[in-house]
Design a protein. Structure first.
Length: 74
């Protein structure tokens, strides 16, 4: 199976962030921490972000001003 391109992984990250923002829209922190379903959904999307970020090549991280680290592929 062919690996997905880094551009698609960036898209996955952006989509996950947008989804998280939709989940928490209108919530304050106190409401969020009492809503287990929303918390679980946000954690799932954060996992997706982490998995995608770990597969973004180092040169992409450097070009956007991020120092390569554990969340950037080496």
């Amino acid at each position: 199976m062919r690996s997905r391109s880094w551009k698609l992984r960036i898209r996955d990250i952006v989509d996950a962030v947008r989804t998280i923002l939709g989940y928490v829209d209108g919530m304050n922190f106190d409401v969020f921490v009492r809503d287990q379903r929303t918390m679980d959904a946000v954690v799932r999307r954060l996992t997706i972000i982490g998995e995608a970020a770990a597969r973004v090549p180092e040169f992409v991280c450097e070009n956007i001003g991020l120092s390569p680290g554990p969340k950037c592929a080496r």
